[in-house]
Design a protein around this ligand. Structure first.
Ligand code: UD1
Ligand code: CA
Length: 458
């Protein structure tokens, strides 16, 4: 079976952070995750990640999804792959893809086309290359009349070799059995005193084996980040690529200010995305919606014809024809059913809001099951937490909740219950009843005349 080794031992000193470089994020996902998903899309699932600097963070991130091995000392890319030899020896049939964990845009097309050439040419190793305007810093591909003869690193290259614009992407296909043999022959007699994986090409050729190159038309597959400025560039590049895809699908953007959409987000045609909107992983938005300005939507399913204005929503579901905002938060596990209207300064948490219910302003609904066509007066609060446990409120269809009602959970309002303004509900109320909790109103005449005598205008 074909395997993958992802090199993720690097620190990225210039990032100035205590974190392995492959864990820096592009559009919300670690660069390592982009590389892994390119493998998964290519049908490759036997993956070993070589960790080094703060390797425990890589393990924590992967959560056991894939094998990892530790490169305790950072002695070069060849040395990094050597650490994975026990992983390779489990099954030496087939081929092994080696990738860099900090080059997030490697694409499944390059992976599969390179494998095709690798197999057709019966190569021991096939390197994926691209031509760059500015090849500085990369290993240069040395071509001959019959193919390639090797890769020369920037620090070892002659002035003439430095003019070569075809460079090593850092991604290669190896025949697994040959890779194990070639690793054993690497030496560190170069400018950086490192074991270069790139030397495997010249060694294979010297042994009479075939080595080749697959040149990708897409130089972006090489892009990586050495510092924060590069990382910003990767984010900008990925962000524009994602927005470009949505434009093709009929999504409307009149400006792109502050708009960031993670790559797995789906948006229906005719939906407009307004400034300052961040759409995160797991979000699916239907057709003809208006989303923004200033929304954060994470892991939510939003129906058709939904209007969200200044809304933050997490792990929730919003059905068709719903209007929410401005300044509303939907916390996890909320389900807003069709035709609902939610207005300013409302928070909904772990609750279901039934069809055509209105929660117009200044209200907290937590841990509640709310029926259809309920009207919430301003300032309603579900008192769901007693300091020890959270309890639920149930509100039947057609209830009319008066302004400033407190519902002390657990409590149930039947169908079409009225609560009077300012009422604190502490027990269940049956269908069609009015619940009212009022002290007798006392009016003390001329009170302020006595109290504020000197301050009042005559
Ligand atoms: C390497 C290639 C170069 C290529 C470039 C593409 C070698 C000798 N050179 O150069 O030809 O153009 O990648 O980006 O291979 N890593 C480890 N352990 C180590 C060293 C590196 O895990 O001891 C990992 C890094 O985290 C990174 C990858 O290997 O993911 C590449 O290492 P890096 O130092 O960036 O390689 P370059 O010297 O830039
Ligand atoms: Ca009261």
């Amino acid at each position: 079976m074909n395997k993958v080794i992802i090199l993720a031992g690097g620190q990225g000193k210039r990032m100035k952070a205590d974190m392995p470089k492959p864990l820096f994020r592009v559009l919300g996902e670690p660069m390592l995750e982009w590389v892994i998903s390119a493998c998964e899309e290519s049908g490759l699932s036997d993956i070993c990640v070589v960790k080094g600097f703060m390797g425990e963070m890589i393990d924590e991130y992967l959560g056991g999804r894939y094998t990892t091995v530790l490169q305790a000392e950072r002695l070069g890319t060849g040395h990094a792959v050597m650490q994975a030899v026990p992983f390779l020896e489990k099954d030496t049939d087939g081929n092994t893809l080696v990738l860099c964990g900090d080059a997030p845009f490697i694409d499944p097309k390059a992976i599969s086309e390179a494998l095709e050439i690798h197999t057709q040419q019966n190569n021991a190793v096939t390197v994926i290359t691209a031509e760059l305007e500015n090849p500085h810093g990369y290993g240069r591909i040395i071509r001959t009349d019959s193919g390639i003869s090797g890769i020369v690193e920037q620090k070892d290259a002659s002035d003439e070799q430095k003019l070569i614009r075809e460079v090593n992407s850092g991604a290669y296909w190896f025949r697994t059995a040959d890779l194990i043999g070639l690793l054993g022959k690497l030496e560190c007699t170069n400018a950086q005193k490192e074991y270069y994986l790139t030397d495997t090409i010249a060694i294979a050729l010297a042994e009479g084996k075939n080595a080749g190159a697959y040149k990708s038309e897409n130089p972006d597959i090489i892009k990586g980040a050495n510092d924060r400025k590069d990382l910003l560039e990767l984010n900008t590049y990925a962000r524009m690529a994602v927005i470009g895809k949505h434009l093709e699908n009929g999504v409307e953007f009149t400006c792109l200010d502050g708009i960031t959409i993670e790559r797995s987000v789906e948006i229906g045609a005719g939906t407009e995305i307004l400034a300052g909107t961040i759409l995160r992983k797991g979000t699916v938005i239907g057709k003809s919606c208006s989303i923004g300005p200033n929304c954060i939507i994470e892991n939510c399913t939003i129906g058709n014809d939904v209007n969200l204005n200044n809304v933050q929503a997490y792990d929730s579901r919003v059905d068709d024809n719903v209007k929410i905002g401005p300044w509303v938060q939907l916390r996890p596990n909320s389900h807003i059913k069709s035709g609902v209207k939610i207005g300013d300064f409302v928070e909904i948490k772990n609750s279901t809001i039934g069809e055509q219910t209105a929660v117009a302003h200044l209200t907290y609904v937590g841990d509640s099951d709310v029926g259809k066509k309920v009207n919430f007066g301003c300032g309603t609060v579900t008192v769901n937490y007693d300091g020890v446990v959270k309890n639920r409120c149930v509100i039947g269809d057609n209830c009319f909740i008066g302004c400033n009602t407190n519902l002390v959970a657990p409590v149930k309002l039947g169908k079409a219950v009225y609560t009077a303004a300012g009422t604190t509900i502490t027990k269940d109320v049956p269908d069609y009843a009015l619940a009212i909790d009022r002290g007798k109103l006392a009016v003390k005449e001329n009170y302020s005349l006595r109290k504020l005598k000197s301050k009042l205008d005559k």
